[in-house]
Ligand binder design. Structure first.
Ligand code: NAD
Ligand code: WQD
Length: 340
């Protein structure tokens, strides 16, 4: 009775390992370490006092997945493994279709071959594209505007088709908004390699002196202060949503075997609000300049959270102060990420 967590060495996956181990589950992680370090898993064991199993493998290796699913007698899969950089997906689309779409297909084939039929999938609010109304409900039309988002939507569609083909399958599709923060211990957190694409890691690298200033991408949006508004969610709230989704899957049967749920807080904050909150939490100044808009960005994006409350009995608990405080705690304790 073990849960396979693909991509479990990564940012969200490592936090998910903590939550599932603390809930009493056995966990095996499959990760090829393309964007993570195995040290994160050692930290997970330190936090929880539990042993987890790690298999360094690629999700596109169907034989390896079949061997692992059988070896650990897995009953369900939480599927985080994938590539996630929007800009890179534009310049290297084949890598994204291969890893995210082909990889998930091989994983499902391996599950079918070994009789494992439950999976929770990391999707993204990016599948909605430019919002036609706010807050975003799950039945908002989809229309991703980059290859990364299209890989997420393709996997969602593949899962929906497979669920419809046979009620033995059970899938939870979770659309994340903007995960930030770190475990309260400061032992695990986000460890981006190279120049961060996302706002929160960039802010932290300015606050700790690694970068001179933050470029704010546009201050002329139709928002309360002109900068982009997003639904930032604490990563620990996010992974607690996965535990609730796993529990909800156990209660499903028949044709009611696939659900799609937003994981956000329902509240949006602007770039400038994020900077000010981070300055307060860290007691550091974050110098910034106003730069041109970033291509593909939308003005505002935040979740309707009703379906998550109804389907999963879950809502986010941690506020913006906790998100900023926990991020800064992780960075201060690990100034070079897992490299130290
Ligand atoms: P991450 O890069 O930290 O974690 C992904 C993990 O998957 C890494 O450990 C990486 O080494 C591993 N991996 C990648 N390709 C693999 C492969 N072919 N085989 C085995 N392992 C592989 O990213 P994250 O932020 O933790 O994101 C986890 C998931 O959540 C991803 O699927 C991502 O698309 C999705 N998501 C993330 C965000 C976000 O803002 N962080 C938002 C929405 C959705
Ligand atoms: C947030 C806000 C930027 C950096 C991305 C992906 C999405 C999902 C989450 C995976 C925006 C502004 C940012 C900077 C800035 N990932 N910004 N200066 O774009 O909402 O979503 O991550 O699924 O798919 O697209 O998040 O953190 O990049 O940006 O002003 O240096 O911060 O313009 O308004 P985004 P983000």
């Amino acid at each position: 009775m073990t849960i396979l967590i693909t991509g479990g060495a990564g940012y969200i996956g490592s936090h998910c390992c903590v939550t599932f181990l603390q809930a009493g589950h056995d966990v095996v992680v499959v990760d090829n370490l393309i964007n993570s370090r195995a040290q994160s898993l050692k930290r997970v064991e330190d936090i929880t006092g539990c042993k987890l199993f790690f298999e360094e493998a690629d999700i596109r290796d169907q034989d390896a997945l079949e061997r692992i699913l059988a070896k650990y007698d897995c009953t369900a899969v939480i599927h985080f493994a994938g590539l996630k950089a929007v800009g890179e997906s534009v310049s290297q689309p084949l890598d994204y279709y291969d890893c995210n779409v082909v990889g998930t297909h091989r994983l499902l084939k391996a599950m079918e071959a070994t009789g494992v039929h439950q999976l929770i999938f990391s999707s993204s609010a990016t599948v909605y594209g430019d919002p036609q109304y706010l807050p975003l409900t799950e039945n908002h039309p989809t229309g991703p505007v980059n290859p990364y988002g299209r890989t997420k939507l393709m996997v969602e569609e593949m899962l929906t088709d497979v669920a419809a083909s046979d009620p033995k399958w059970r899938f939870g599709i979770l659309r994340y908004f903007n995960p930030v923060g770190a475990h309260a211990s400061g032992a695990i957190g986000e460890n981006p390699l190279g120049v961060p694409n996302n706002l929160m890691p960039f802010i932290t690298q300015v606050a700790d002196g690694r970068r001179d200033k933050l470029s704010v991408f546009g201050d002329d949006y139709d928002t309360r202060d002109g900068t982009g508004v997003r639904d930032y969610i604490h990563v620990v709230d996010l992974v607690e949503g996965h535990l609730k989704a796993y529990e909800a899957l156990q209660a499903r049967s028949g044709n009611d075997n696939c659900f799609t749920v937003n994981l956000g807080t329902g509240t949006g904050y602007s770039v400038l609000e994020m900077v000010r909150a981070f300055e307060r939490a860290s007691n550091k100044t974050v110098p910034l300049v106003i730069a041109p808009r970033r291509e593909g960005d939308v003005a505002e994006c935040y979740a309707d959270t009703k379906k998550a409350e109804e389907t999963l009995d879950w809502r986010a608990q941690r506020d913006l102060t906790a998100m900023c405080h926990d991020t800064w705690n992780w960075v201060c304790k690990n100034p070079r990420g897992y490299d130290d």
